[in-house]
Ligand binder design. Structure first.
Ligand code: COA
Length: 462
């Protein structure tokens, strides 16, 4: 280690000195902190909590959701069309049922996830009453929790908003089902308001635009109120609100193993409060390999539009997808966002439903070229993927089309991931309650230590 680089005196120590020292520390860190990837083959480590065949390690039992994307055939993973059910109800039936019966579906989906059965008419009325009663933010919440430090990091604002609710809860730590259910209903109803309020504050402070705080209406669904609160004139069409409601229903839940739900379950298993466990879920969802992918898809589409001269030319798009995978274009991550899934192989049922609905809106709103470009990415990626020697069966995931849908609804890019979080709060809460009532064990996996012994050396001899 080059100790010369470390500035020894505290006096006159500047930010520039600090930056230099951090660089030196990182150089030393790199020298001592690599784990040989071969070790993952030597020791029985389920890296990323995956088995050798790519399937997830089974970490628990759940009655909340089933995500089905392959069958095991003679010990091998065999791809099938994806299926998703909430509490045993097929997602297609849930979405189609609400469309046919001319009803918004997110509230009843949240009830289904939390309670375990579809609500009766009267129970749905109770759910709406609870949402209306609880959606109002506590007095001075916006000023004290959100306005003091306006931020462009809306996912972090959302997490802070959830943590902030803890300060206004007289009984945050009680793990009884009654208390968890009350807290869950409150958070599900308040998150849309927290998201829009944080966004309005950001508009005023960072974008120098007007901010407006429209009161949610009791007769409106959550999807309707989000559009009402977001828009300056509070106006929206029924078709727009229905599509947002479908998006929220599709994003409401996705099994116990997805990163953010597992994070929520891990924290819940320690017996911590609901606010801390949900803040962990939001933090996880922010990542580009998870919920943050919807924003990344929009960014990637921007790169493709710049990089190809004709959006309808398969050859040009394929060439660009190769470049993305080879880290020669885009954000250089090597990922084609909106494609691939840990469980789904042939299809992601959420993407199928969203695509069907997005197509119609794209035609009506003059976004058909954008829609067609996404379809080309979906069609061409498996070929590009296979040509790179990757034999994983890959399909479009929900995030490929969700960003375009939100854009067509006039929802700004920066709210795409927060909207996912708002919708997923229902699933997180359901899993949290299940972890507390049925899990019963601190989630605590192990790490195999592969470190070398080193002696303690007195400071003046190092
Ligand atoms: N683009 C490029 N490469 C991809 C890819 C994609 N969309 N999806 C998977 N891969 C690659 C991985 O990098 C990995 O390569 P490696 O073996 O050389 O490291 C290989 O395929 C297997 O991937 P793995 O991470 O085991 O698959 P997974 O099932 O865990 O991955 C995702 C699932 C979602 C993380 C992955 O498909 C991905 O990153 N997709 C893009 C981000 C995205 O859209 N996320 C939203 C998910 S809903």
């Amino acid at each position: 280690m080059n100790t010369e680089m470390i500035h020894s005196s505290g006096e006159g120590y500047t930010a520039q000195d600090a930056a230099q020292d951090i660089q030196t520390i990182c150089n030393e860190f790199r020298e001592y902190n690599t784990i040989d990837t071969d070790l993952y083959n030597i020791y029985p480590v389920a890296r990323g909590l995956r088995n050798a065949d790519g399937t997830g390690v089974v970490a628990g039992l759940t009655q909340i959701c089933n995500v089905h994307g392959y069958v095991m055939d003679e010990g091998e993973k065999s791809p099938v069309e994806g299926a998703l059910s909430y509490r045993g109800v097929d997602i297609n039936d849930l979405v189609n049922g609400c469309i046919q019966e001319n009803r918004y579906g997110y509230e009843e989906t949240a009830w289904l996830l939390l309670v375990g059965k579809l609500p009766t008419k009267q129970q749905l009325e109770t759910m709406r009453n609870l949402m209306t009663l609880y959606e109002e933010l506590p007095d001075s919440f916006a000023e004290d929790v959100l306005m003091k430090t306006p931020s462009r990091q809306l996912m972090v604002q959302l997490a802070r908003g959830v943590l902030g609710l803890c300060f206004y809860d007289d009984n945050p730590d009680d793990l009884s089902v009654e208390n968890q259910m009350r807290q869950s209903m409150q958070v599900i109803s308040r998150l849309p308001n927290i998201m829009v309020t944080a966004y309005q504050i950001k508009r005023r402070f960072w974008d120098k635009e007007s901010m407006y705080f429209h009161q949610p209406l009791p007769e409106y669904s959550i999807a309707q109120n989000i559009l009402r609160m977001l828009r300056a004139d509070t106006q929206f069409t029924e078709e727009e609100a229905r599509l947002l409601d479908i998006c929220m229903t599709l994003h409401a839940e996705h099994g116990g193993g997805n990163n953010s739900t597992f994070a929520t379950r891990v924290l819940s298993s320690s017996g911590t409060d609901l606010y801390c466990s949900l803040a962990a879920g939001i933090g996880s969802l922010k990542g580009p390999r998870h919920g943050g992918a919807n924003k990344k898809v929009r960014e990637m589409v921007g790169y493709i539009k710049e990089g190809v001269s004709r959006w309808d030319n398969d050859g040009e798009i394929k060439d660009f997808l190769y470049k993305l995978m080879k880290k020669e274009a885009g954000d250089r991550s090597g990922l084609i966002y909106g494609m691939g899934h840990a469980v789904y192989t042939k299809s992601d049922p959420r993407a199928v439903i969203l695509k069907r609905n997005a197509r119609k809106l794209a035609m009506d709103k003059g976004f058909y070229d954008d829609f067609a470009l996404l379809e080309s990415i979906e069609r061409l990626t498996p070929e590009v993927f296979a040509s790179q020697g990757n034999h994983k069966v890959i399909c479009a995931n929900v995030d490929l089309y969700s960003g375009l849908v939100y854009e067509m609804l006039g929802i700004p890019d920066e709210l795409h991931t927060p909207l996912f979080a708002v919708a997923r709060s229902a699933g997180w809460c359901a899993h949290r309650i299940e972890e507390i009532t049925c899990g019963g064990r601190l989630i605590r996996p192990a790490y195999k230590a592969v470190l070398h012994k080193q002696p303690y050396t007195p400071l003046d001899q190092r």
